[in-house]
Design a binder for this molecule. Structure first.
Ligand SMILES: O=C(O)C1=N[C@H](C(=O)O)C[C@H](O)C1
Length: 299
């Protein structure tokens, strides 16, 4: 079970590889996740936004969690499972399933599409927390359509079993205030602001970009934690152009393209309504890849 003290460093939200026919490609998943966990990451996140959670069925989730648990068995890396949907009942059901399958924590997003009130958001998290599995609350207003106010975030973080927050609010305000109030730990989910958010009090990041150059993202965190700000900045700048390309079109399409290009997964297939990247972005990524040392993969 994930504790607050384990929320720091770099958590990697992995993709869900699909075959060209659109089925979960477990061979690719196992091969690629094995490479990711060969790095000393602080957490593995299955079925997050990057894992295309809105299109993953309950049966598929069960499969992915079972395989991931197996892949992590000889490590101490915590397994976090995305269980949040825009329906409280299905979120509770998925969180119970994750708990029964041995997940260490659930990642629960602010319900999207329905645009609930702050009261509704709080009630949603209360129900999810009642399952008893540690919960990382996930604020991403750009995707959910609504976000948490500071008061809401504080109320949710005070709940028993809620162990931390993933902040994709696009602003340093929440993390700065929560750090000042010595609230529970916050992971930055906004890759291009990772270093800035660490400076504002984030304990680490949950970063889709860390699917590639995992070791370099870990290095940035370690430099920062050791007070080596200049080295952290230099290392971060090295990754800026890659991160910019990875978020030029909807995550996880560019990351899937790159993982496929590097032979980590067999296909960059996404489930509709997501589609593969445009040929213009593919060209830009190709140019990027041609630079010496452009993309080192997972280790
Ligand atoms: O899957 C995730 O977790 C992440 N999702 C964010 C998004 O897609 O908007 C980005 C972040 O890097 C991690």
């Amino acid at each position: 079970m994930l504790t607050e003290q384990q929320i720091y460093g770099v958590y990697v939200p992995v993709v869900t590889p699909f075959s060209t026919a659109g089925e979960v490609d477990l061979d690719s998943y196992q091969r690629y996740v094995k490479n990711i966990v060969n790095n000393s990451i602080q957490g593995l996140v299955v079925n997050g936004t990057t894992g295309e959670s809105p299109t993953v069925s309950l049966d598929e989730l069960q499969l992915l969690v079972g395989v991931s648990r197996e892949l992590l068995k000889s490590t101490t890396i915590p397994l976090v499972v995305g269980t949040g949907t825009n329906d409280t009942r299905s979120t509770v059901k998925r969180t119970e399933l994750a708990a029964n399958l041995g997940a260490d924590a659930a990642l629960v997003v602010v319900p999207y599409y329905s645009r609930p009130s702050q009261e509704g958001i709080i009630a949603h998290f209360r129900k999810a927390a009642e399952v008893g599995l540690p919960i990382i609350a996930y604020d991403i207003p750009g995707r959910s359509g609504v976000g948490m106010t500071l008061d809401t975030a504080r109320t949710i973080l005070e709940m028993e079993h809620v162990v931390g927050l993933k902040d994709c609010s696009g602003s340093p305000n929440l993390v700065t205030e929560l750090a000042r109030l010595r609230s529970k730990p916050v992971l930055c989910g906004d890759d291009l602001h990772f270093l800035e958010m660490l400076g504002c009090g984030a304990a680490g990041g949950m970063l889709a970009s860390a699917n590639v150059q995992t070791a370099d993202f870990l290095q940035i965190y370690h430099y920062f934690a050791a007070g080596q700000q200049e080295l952290a900045e230099a290392a971060f700048e090295q990754l800026r152009s890659l991160m910019t390309l990875l978020f030029k079109e909807s995550n996880p399409a560019p990351i899937k393209w790159l993982l496929q290009e590097q032979g980590e997964i067999a296909s960059d297939t996404l489930r509709l309504p997501l589609t593969s990247i445009t040929s213009a972005l593919a060209e830009e990524l190709q140019v990027h890849l041609q630079q010496p040392d452009a993309v080192r993969l997972t280790s």
